[in-house]
Design a protein around this ligand. Structure first.
Ligand code: GDP
Length: 477
């Protein structure tokens, strides 16, 4: 199905099965209503419980969010250090760090935690993230105001920060029987967190955390799967997500709408290169280590995967394409990568040689930024545009370990072909189909809070397994 101009107007599912609130001004966020005419309608519908929880969340956010009287009172509470038990507003403040894929996944995890615990999620938006997303909640902002009391200290919050929950537990400065709890706490939930930080995932610890009005969270991981191991959230989560494979698919499409500026990049590119073809194949290439994954290995891996899984037609290397007359393009390959080399090699292969089945393949790459520059706003906009373009393809190939690819597959609702990690040798098989479209949690706790011993968290509940691309990671399916 190609691009149908303005068909979103005719499409009854423009609110994604009730996922999106209806009361938004269209012009402020075009992608919210237009993405349905680019992205195929999802066969996965949100549960009615999820829809009603989201509407409840929106009400809470509107009454407790920045600019409200309740927010001002909560800030006073924060400053005084004393908990005011009459206040109905509690918050999670999310603090940024790492690449955009990591950020999107950890924000989604923080949001689900906020929904489950009746908190309001506020984002500490650094300048590098500004103008990427529309506001997700109606008549309210999720951006942490500039005059937030600890705003200038947030960047220095690291694992060793004395006021973090983990360190306070370690130093015995907090426990569940304490009368006077602080009005705020830091939660360190990043890949290198330690045993005490991870006690966040214990039901007993949630009893304490529930009482603290301000939780300031630094995270760069998709910690959401571990919430499914906690009995305090079990019942709610079952009702919210009868289909466990769709958590990020729904929450990601609910939260992250490209801003008008980024949406323009996406739609212009799409209309120009991808709209008129029969099939779009997205290949997301992310190389973490050039030493262990040299260019030729990765190139061979991609071509082998495409051939074995019949994703792309083979070429006849003995023949060359003779006439230069324009031919109808049947398939478009969208490559994303920090470097142009893969694109150039694949493009010239299909330009110079005819395919065995006569199909004409065009190869495109929107940008090659050479290096990750996550502090650069324009760089992040390009990355966000490319995640979206990948999510609009019909067949998706992603690189192992990459949250960039996870976001694309989740938004697009696709189980990708995963290019397994190269560690000095090309793996065999080179790639495999993902068992679900969910992202992988790279750093899950392995602690059984009740038994106080180590446990393999991928074996406890039926809908959690180890990831295909990271043996110690866990993912929902
Ligand atoms: P991960 O490191 O692969 O898990 O993904 P992240 O998104 O967290 O961090 C990688 C960052 O590097 C991205 O956010 C981009 O800033 C940049 N990057 C990596 N691959 C690409 C790409 O294919 N295209 C663009 N535009 N940027 C990329």
């Amino acid at each position: 199905a190609g691009f149908k101009h303005d068909s979103y107007r005719l499409n009854g599912d423009k609110l994604l099965g009730g996922l999106l609130a209806p009361n938004f001004r269209k012009a402020s966020c075009l992608s919210r209503y237009q993405s349905i005419s680019y992205r195929k309608s999802s066969p996965h519908k949100p549960s009615s419980y999820l829809v009603s929880k989201l509407r409840d969340y929106e009400k809470l956010h509107k009454s407790c969010g920045p600019g409200t009287e309740a927010y001002k009172r909560s800030i006073k509470q924060l400053m005084s250090g004393q908990i005011d038990s009459s206040s109905k507003c509690k918050y999670v403040v999310w603090v940024a760090f790492c690449g955009l894929g990591n950020r999107i996944l950890s924000i989604t995890s923080a949001f689900l935690y906020a929904v489950l615990t009746n908190r309001v999620l506020l984002i500490n938006e650094e300048p590098d993230m500004s103008g990427l997303f529309c506001e997700p909640f109606p008549d309210a902002s999720w951006i942490l105001p500039m005059d937030f009391p600890f705003k200038n200290q947030l960047y220095s919050f690291e694992q060793d920060y004395p006021h973090s929950y983990g360190n306070m537990l370690k130093n015995n400065t907090i426990n569940s029987s304490m009368e006077l709890l602080p009005s705020h706490l830091y939660l360190y939930l990043s890949h290198d967190y330690d045993h005490h930080d991870k006690l966040f995932f214990c039901d007993q610890d949630q009893i304490v955390l529930r009482k603290i009005p301000w939780l300031i969270m630094k995270s760069n991981v998709y910690f959401l799967p571990s919430l499914f191991l906690m009995s305090s959230f079990e019942e709610d989560l079952d009702k919210l997500f009868p289909d466990k494979e769709t958590v990020f698919h729904h929450l990601g499409r609910y939260l992250f709408h490209p801003s008008n500026e980024v949406w323009k990049l996406i739609t212009t590119y799409y209309k120009h290169y991808l709209a008129e073809v029969e099939e779009r194949i997205g290949i997301q290439i992310r190389v973490f280590d050039n030493e262990t994954s040299p260019f030729q290995y990765v190139m061979d891996q991609i071509l082998t995967c495409a051939r074995k899984e019949k994703l792309l037609p083979e070429v006849d290397m003995d023949k060359s394409v003779s006439a230069q007359y324009p031919k109808k393009i049947s398939k478009a390959v969208l490559i994303t990568s920090l470097i142009p080399d893969y694109f150039e090699e694949m493009k010239s292969m299909y330009l110079k040689h005819p395919t065995l089945n006569g199909e004409v393949i065009a190869v495109y790459q929107p940008s090659h930024e050479e290096e990750q520059q996550s502090e650069n706003n324009l760089h992040n906009k390009k990355a966000w545009a490319e995640m979206n373009l990948l999510s609009l393809t019909d067949v998706l190939v992603t690189s192992a370990w990459s949250t960039f690819g996870y976001v694309a597959q989740g938004l697009g609702g696709k189980r990708p072909w995963i290019l397994y990690k190269i560690n000095g040798t090309i793996p065999d098989p080179v790639c495999g189909r993902g068992m679900s479209m969910e992202p992988c949690f790279h750093a899950p706790p392995v602690y059984d809070c009740k038994a106080k011993s180590e446990v393999d968290t991928a074996t406890i509940v039926p809908h959690l397994r180890h990831c295909e691309d990271i043996s110690w990671g866990i993912k929902l399916f």
